[in-house]
Design a protein around this ligand. Structure first.
Ligand code: ATP
Ligand code: MG
Length: 400
């Protein structure tokens, strides 16, 4: 086993639990990603110890999901999700398991997991427990349910979206029985809370192999079961081709609104129950896209973009305008900006009021500062207090 630093740091957690006479394993996505040599997100640990025992073993434990048997353990400055071996009881409402039942063996715990590639556990010596040939499926690049697909998707239809997002993230194929089961249960997606669907859909659109995922998306017509898409079937034909992975869901909404302006960002955000942050991102991407369409790339546009949004913006421009904008150009322009936020301006509202003591405070202050900000960012004015004051004096209409 080719251990990574992340895993080496975490071995101590397993050892500590074992020293109290309990079992503990690395489990799920982290084992899968280690075998695939992919970047590892979180390291999850499954254990025979109950949450209250874990709280006694470690000094820093955050009880995040006690009802699911999950706690977060802080260990040598890193966090680990530690979950007691469990099975899910009946999913009578198809949304949440009615209750969880703790069990004593890792085997039972692995059996409740969705896909063979996610049903792997690894002990502290690197020995892998693989009851469903998950390693072979990883090698062949196949997504297959643990057990009967029909039953597993019925039990939790969100797994349909999860299968799609794993194919988009990993570029894997769907086993043919698994695909068939997805098709026959797809109507049940409506019973799933939109917040859960959003999480998987966002990961789907960010997948490095989105084209693979999108093929399956279309094969099972999942759009007929997703908010907004289902009422606007034409959107699917307007999606850019080829489609590219977008890291933020705000960028996805911006793309969807751009190709179908009749559906507002507000509608997307409401129907998908997006956070304000996602909605705000979508709005700023759209503003930037329209600006780019009108004026091309310039410092004012780059200034308005959030640093974390550069990649998505470049991708959006390239897929929507068939351009070849490069991220390096955006980075370079960002580096040479004279300021990076309005806080860096050498003049503020108080300065303006002192310059015009007879004027009543009002919106003119903010409006004037905005104009000054633009002059500075675009290189027409030096960010120097005296220069800025002079400019305001000589451009009194700016304060109208
Ligand atoms: P990521 O790297 O995106 O976090 P992951 O495989 O860790 O991928 P999670 O959603 O974090 O995915 O879930 C962790 C593990 O829990 C999965 O690998 C799987 O074993 C199990 N799991 C999660 N959701 C379900 C579900 N709906 N049904 C069955 N098992 C699930
Ligand atoms: Mg995970």
């Amino acid at each position: 086993m080719q251990w990574t630093k992340q895993f080496r740091q975490a071995i101590g957690v397993l050892e500590q639990i074992e020293s109290y006479g309990y079992e503990a394993y690395f489990v799920g996505g982290c084992v899968r990603d280690l075998l695939l040599r992919r970047h590892i997100g979180d390291i999850d640990i499954a254990t025979s110890a109950r949450p209250d025992v874990i709280r006694e073993i470690f000094s820093k434990v955050i009880p995040v999901g006690l009802e699911h048997g999950t706690v977060i353990v802080r260990y040598e400055h890193h966090s680990y999700e530690v979950t007691t071996f469990r099975v899910d009881d009946e999913y009578t409402d198809q949304r949440h398991p009615d209750s969880v039942q703790f069990v004593t063996t890792i085997d039972q715990d692995l059996k409740r997991r969705d896909f063979t590639i996610n049903a792997l556990a690894m002990d502290k010596t690197g020995v892998i427990i693989d009851l469903f040939n998950g390693q072979e499926d990883i090698q062949k690049g196949i997504i297959r349910t643990v057990g009967n697909g029909y039953d597993r998707f019925k039990e939790d239809p969100l797994r349909i979206m999860r299968a799609l997002r794993f194919s988009s993230q990993l570029g894997f194929s769907l086993n043919k029985h698994t695909l068939k089961a997805m098709q026959s249960v797809i109507n049940e997606l409506k019973s799933i809370a939109v917040e859960r669907i959003l999480q998987e859909t966002a990961k789907f659109f960010a997948g490095a192999y989105i084209e693979t995922g999108m093929n399956y998306f279309k094969v099972i017509n999942v759009e007929q079961h997703l908010p907004v898409f289902k009422d606007n079937p034409a959107i699917m034909k307007r999606l850019p081709q080829p489609i590219k992975p977008l890291q933020s869901f705000g960028a996805v909404i911006a793309m969807l609104h751009f190709v179908e302006p009749a559906i507002s960002i507000d509608t997307w955000a409401k129907k998908w129950k997006c956070s304000n942050r996602i909605k705000f991102e979508a709005e700023s991407f759209i503003k930037a896209l329209y600006y780019y369409e009108r004026s091309g790339l310039d410092p004012w546009l780059v200034y308005g973009l959030h640093t974390t949004g550069y990649s998505d913006f470049v991708l959006l421009v390239n897929v929507l305008f068939d351009n070849r904008l490069s991220k390096q150009i955006v980075n370079k322009m960002a580096h040479s900006l004279p300021i990076h936020s309005s806080q860096a301006l050498e003049i503020n509202g108080t300065d303006l009021r002192l310059l015009f003591p007879d004027k009543r405070p009002g919106p003119w202050i903010g409006d004037t500062l905005k104009q000054i900000e633009k002059q500075v960012v675009t290189g027409h004015l030096n960010n120097n207090k005296n220069a800025l004051k002079e400019w305001v004096k000589w451009n009194p209409h700016a304060t109208d």
